[in-house]
Write a protein that binds this ligand. Sequence first.
Ligand code: HEC
Length: 172
Amino acid sequence: MDSAPAKPKRKIRWKKVIAWGAAGIVVLAVLIQFVPYGRNHTNPPVTMEPAWDSPQTRQLAVRACYDCHSNETTWPWYSNVAPISWYVQHDVDEGRADINFSEWDRPQNEADEIVKSVRDGEMPPGIYLPTHPDARLSPAERQALIQGLTATFGPGKQGQRGGTLAGVGSAH
Ligand code: HEC
């Protein structure tokens, strides 16, 4: 009795698989650029700033917070490239919705959390820092920011209410 002939092994042509895979990724990368979300890079007018306790506090906040919590966002070139653009847009939209230092004439829901967010090291978000070395505060700068934010936004402080437009336009 003859044994069944061995099935010919199917050879996987890895080079072909990799070539098709790479082509697929390129096509996908191009296609996602057409998703309309992520390009609304507007910087609406600054209507009112908090009454900062000092120019230094404002300057530290500009460095560490303004990209996501003001209307003076710097939009880097890669913020136009999906999927990074989706991420950046989401951060700025959410950030401005919680705290917007440029619209202090409207209620700021999370104003009570400002000092705590920096003290706890929650803000600025760690993932933002490698691409934004300016926002990386030294321990002394962080301390100065916490003190300044407390003086500005602490209970009963001026910053809780509206401030002036002084210094607006010199953010960068
Ligand atoms: C890279 C963008 C980015 C930067 C820079 C940034 N934030 Fe935020 N922040 C967000 C986003 C997004 C949210 C809302 C989502 C969340 O809660 O994480 C937020 C939320 C907050 C809140 C609401 C309460 C909370 O913790 O969720 C406070 C307060 C805050 N940020 C303060 C600051 C301060 C102060 C700085 C500067 C020292 C800063 N943020 C820098 C993106 C940012």
